[in-house]
Design a protein around this ligand. Structure first.
Ligand code: SAM
Length: 304
């Protein structure tokens, strides 16, 4: 049914943009004590080997997280970039210092790591994961089982677009507050994913207007891909929601081919996110785009 496997792409420049944005957003939301319902509609396998066959075949992580790892010791690293690198480094604690990282956490394990940090664990956030690919769903289930997280983390082999509907609005906490963040990160292997991503956010905003919704999208020469951020902006204006759109173009690969740019569109972003990404993305781009061709750029726009 599906041929997309995230293992080939884990830790590439698109994951860097996605996960830097996700972590910076969560850090801000986690400053408040109210528990969060965290939803990952397209979760993938949860964690990936960078020395495995898939990563070695594509070489994407080598051009992505491995280049960013080299920034770890840099002075004056932007907070959001340093935080992202610290989160990934934590999954590589077993490697000796200076060794190339061999593991890359996907969004499910990144979210789980943040919600179980000592300063946050007592709040008891919940994590809901969805993944349709049979092999990745099985791998995700095994990785989740290892966390021994009990009912705090759940996963289902289910369509994430559909599953989102049943989870919003999130349950009220003891004090009555309702808080949720959903990452919508399809592979866009099927053309209809573009329309489904927009429709999923539209429906989510109708059910729970104050939720934080993050949509990752590829920037490629395809009408649906061009239209998606425009459509999301229109939706934000129609629903009178604040929005932020971050894009990262790493420039053409010397050998050509491959994804060179992507974006993260955030509804109801934290007010700190624009500045955080404005510092982190140029530094990340400098490392990611080194030796690549024309078209290198980053941008963070927001509204209203
Ligand atoms: N969010 C993950 C991360 O950041 O680590 C990466 C997810 S990957 C880009 C997209 C995943 O969605 C793939 O593993 C694919 O099998 C899965 N998928 C595709 N269509 C789906 C659907 N309708 N519902 C749930 N999962 C789906």
């Amino acid at each position: 049914m599906f041929s997309y496997r995230h293992a080939f792409h884990a830790g590439n420049h698109a994951d860097a943009l996605k996960h830097i944005t996700l972590i910076a957003t969560l850090r801000h939301l986690m400053r408040k004590d109210g528990p969060l319902t965290l939803i990952d509609t397209h979760a993938g396998a949860g964690i990936y080997r960078l020395d495995g066959e898939a990563a070695r075949t594509s070489g994407e992580a080598l051009e992505g997280i491995t280049r960013l790892q080299a920034l770890e010791a840099t002075d004056h690293l932007a907070n959001a970039l340093a935080d992202y690198l610290a989160v990934v480094a934590d999954f590589n604690r077993a490697s000796s210092a200076g060794r190339r990282w061999r593991v890359y956490p996907g969004s499910p394990l990144i979210m789980h790591a943040l919600m179980t940090e000592p300063a946050r664990a007592a709040v008891h956030d919940r994590l809901k994961l969805f993944e349709l690919h049979p092999t990745d769903a099985q791998a995700l289930a095994a990785h989740i089982a290892q966390l021994q997280a009990g009912r705090q983390v759940s996963m289902a082999r289910q369509d994430g677009f559909e599953a989102l509907k049943a989870l919003l609005p999130p349950p009220a906490a003891a004090g009555g507050s309702r808080r949720a963040l959903a990452l919508i990160d399809p592979s866009y292997e099927i053309k209809s994913d573009y329309a489904k991503a927009a429709a999923a956010v539209q429906d989510a905003l109708r059910r729970f207007a104050t939720g934080v919704y993050l949509v990752w999208y590829p920037i490629i020469a395809r009408p649906e891909a061009h239209a998606l951020p425009r459509r999301l902006k229109t939706l934000a204006r129609q629903t009178e929601r604040a929005w932020l759109n971050a894009t990262l173009h790493v420039g053409a690969a010397p050998e050509g081919g491959g994804l060179t740019a992507s974006g993260m569109f955030v509804f109801n972003p934290p007010h700190t996110l624009k500045a955080a990404l404005g510092e982190a993305l140029p530094q990340a781009l400098h490392a990611l785009a080194s030796g690549r061709g024309a078209g290198q750029a980053w941008a963070v726009e927001s509204g209203p």
